[in-house]
Ligand binder design. Structure first.
Ligand code: ZN
Length: 399
């Protein structure tokens, strides 16, 4: 039983998804995004997603004001050789779908217009774009590109009455909280027009060489499979033609797994893609937890089986819990000096005032889980219980 689901499956409305993990993602204080979310999965859609409490309006504000785009997988600006190569490869895939150089093309979430520039250089005369970030729009316009400022979800209204031979969303759909407007893009397609949606490929998520949980962040809140994209296309009355592999080569020499779904109205239907993503995500999460455990040091090592008090119920404790780095089964309570936390529970354990917890459990060892100045806690414990022997441990990440 799931308590307080914030976001039913955005593809099928399923209100009972499986919980895969609780992820802690501390935010700067001015960010409208949550400091973490549950990663949940809809088995029917073969789709994993963030059960995020933030609204689409809050994500919109984040992308309009706070995100610095041109990240490794946006349609980018072609700012280095690897990015240029990626844009050329994307243009190759798209070109195979286009009827001619005068094809009408819309790149939704076009960033600074990297793809549009490549298409224009190849002789396409009717390529235009849309992006929510005013700085990206200004940069694209400075290159003479036809780019409007606006949210992706506004595109069905903004372009009403226009028919495109190709609509591209490249590394956009994984960022969207609300997907309900996407099927309306079908209304902007010319009779043989294609919808191209490129996303990260969870089938390629691996711990090595990247740090644990790398693929789960505040921005990537949807993890599509071919089956999930097929469902999205079906809602739009489109049929997928192909799901090409689009693995990206990044400038540091690593690769980034990605695939695309290409759909049109009258494609011969492909067989429904078999579920592929959920088992891979489960094993990726296990590998991430194991890697995270190995990366965390408790110094000095915990004594035998003595129970634990954890000092600190803040964001670092949250993240360490998310990484399974705190031996929760042995924890009696969390100690925290903040009155607004005392009396609450954290990870199912009571949060109490430090003096109360220490007094009640004189033999427990203390694991200090405080990010800033952890060693000052030692002096504080001395003040609370002068002369009392207390086994003290610190949890640190190697730097
Ligand atoms: Zn679903």
């Amino acid at each position: 039983m799931l308590d307080a689901l914030q976001r039913p499956c955005p593809l099928c409305g399923n209100t009972e998804p499986e919980v895969l993990a609780q992820l802690s993602l501390p935010q700067p204080s001015h960010s409208p995004l949550p400091s973490g979310y549950r990663l949940v999965a809809c088995a029917a859609c073969d789709f994993a997603y963030a059960d995020t409490p933030a609204s689409q309006a809050e994500y919109d504000r984040y992308y309009q004001q706070l995100a610095k785009y041109g990240g490794p997988t946006g349609t980018g600006a072609g700012h280095d050789a690897a990015d240029m190569r990626r844009l050329e490869q994307l243009a190759d895939r798209l070109e195979a779908e286009l009827p001619g150089k005068d094809a009408a093309i819309l790149d939704i979430g076009c960033g600074a217009g990297g793809l549009l520039q490549v298409l224009t250089a190849r002789g396409y005369t009717q390529a235009e774009g849309l992006d929510p970030d005013p700085a990206a729009v200004a940069a694209a316009r400075a290159h003479g590109l036809a780019v409007r400022a606006g949210l992706a979800s506004e595109s069905p209204a903004l372009y009403a009455g226009i028919r495109f031979d190709l609509i591209v969303l490249s590394h956009v759909a994984e960022h969207l909280r609300d997907l309900d407007w996407l099927p309306r893009l079908a209304g902007l397609l010319a009779p043989a027009g294609r919808l191209y949606i490129e996303v990260p490929d969870p089938r390629g998520y691996r711990c090595d060489p990247r740090p644990p949980y790398y693929y789960f962040d505040s921005e990537h809140i949807n993890h599509f499979s071919p089956r999930a994209l097929a469902r999205l296309f079906a809602t739009a009355g489109l049929a997928p033609e192909a799901f090409p592999d689009c693995t990206l080569s990044l400038s540091d020499g690593s690769t980034y797994p990605a695939f695309a779904g290409i759909a049109r109205a009258e494609a011969a239907p492909l067989p429904a893609p078999a579920p592929a993503v959920l088992p891979q995500l489960r094993s990726y999460l296990e590998a991430s937890a194991e890697r995270a455990r190995q990366a965390i040091l408790i110094q000095p090592p915990l004594d035998g089986d003595a129970p634990l008090l954890v000092w600190g119920a803040g964001s670092w404790a949250q993240r360490l819990l998310g990484q399974d780095a705190i031996p929760l089964a042995r924890v009696l309570a969390f100690l925290d000096g903040a009155p607004n936390k005392q009396g609450q529970t954290f990870a199912g354990k009571p949060v109490v005032a430090p003096a109360d917890g220490l007094c009640r459990h004189p033999k427990a060892q203390v694991l200090v889980c405080v990010a800033v100045n952890p060693h000052q806690i030692e002096a504080e414990i001395q003040r609370i219980e002068p002369g009392h022997p207390r086994s003290l441990h610190f949890i640190t990440e190697p730097t």
